[in-house]
Design a protein around this ligand. Structure first.
Ligand code: ARG
Length: 258
């Protein structure tokens, strides 16, 4: 009886350990390669980086990820989910890679491992009033930003802002500026350039950079083998003209980090 109890306890303990291991082990590249597909998550609401054209997921980052996967010799299985859940999903090993315009920050680097940046940009101030163009002009103003972003983090640092309104999606921040619910919107520079063209009738004006950032794909913390493969593929697409072509197609310029 005693022996049985001990054995059962051991079995339970082993099962618990195994469960932990399964949960904590991100798929190394060999496993992904063997499987033939890499699971990649993005938001799908951040045009022109990642968005839906009808039911089709598309955008600069979708094309970059597909080009990386082609070099890595795997297919992509795409998942789209709210921006807030993307990095957490990596920690839970729900997907292998995230590509959703995440700026590399110290805080995020504690939770995930970033690959090399796929572009460089920053948060700009967008407003209808041309007088609102630099950080100091945000004093006394209501500013819209997407939750969980570096835009929020950086607007919080600006002294004298009257109110920061946060929205689950960046498109909602944009709508808030369109309808005059806020005085300014802080978002990505290239996204803002696209919005200004599309929303010509609203008279959006792009002000200064509030901050600049390096944007990179992320993998589960410590999955350095996968990050290494992504970096190798990134170097290859940057060297062979694939990246330049994709960037030109979406932005009419090359947005890689200089
Ligand atoms: N670059 C900003 C950040 O790092 C915003 C990213 C927003 N991405 C998105 N897919 N909505 O937080």
């Amino acid at each position: 009886m005693k022996l049985l109890q001990t054995l059962t306890r051991r079995a339970v303990f082993a099962a618990a350990l195994l469960a932990l291991a399964v949960q904590a082990d991100a798929r190394p590249f060999e496993a992904i390669k063997k499987d033939g597909k890499m699971v990649v998550a993005t938001e799908g609401q951040f045009a022109p980086f990642n968005f839906f054209q009808g039911s089709k997921l598309t955008g600069f980052e979708v094309d970059v990820a597909e080009a990386l996967a082609a070099k890595m010799g795997v297919k992509i299985e795409w998942k789209t989910i709210g921006f807030d859940a993307l990095l957490t999903g990596l920690q839970q090993d729900r997907w292998d890679m995230v590509i959703a315009s995440h700026g590399i920050t110290d805080e995020r680097s504690k939770a995930v491992t970033f690959a090399d940046p796929h572009y460089c940009s920053g948060g700009v101030i967008v407003a209808k009033d041309a007088a609102i163009k630099s950080a100091k002009d945000l004093a006394g103003k209501v500013v819209a930003v997407q939750v969980g972003t570096t835009y929020l983090e950086n607007v919080k640092k600006v002294a004298g802002v009257k109110e920061v309104k946060t929205f689950p999606q960046d498109t909602q921040s944009r709508a808030a500026l369109q309808t005059g619910k806020v005085d300014a919107w802080v978002t990505d520079k290239f996204l803002a350039m696209t919005a200004v063209k599309e929303d010509a009738k609203f008279g959006f004006k792009i002000g200064d950079f509030l901050f600049v950032e390096r944007i990179a794909p992320a993998v589960s913390k410590g999955n350095t083998a996968l990050a290494g493969e992504i970096n190798k593929a990134m170097k290859a697409i940057m060297a062979d003209g694939t990246y330049a072509k994709i960037s030109q197609q979406w932005f009419k310029e090359d947005i890689r980090c200089k």
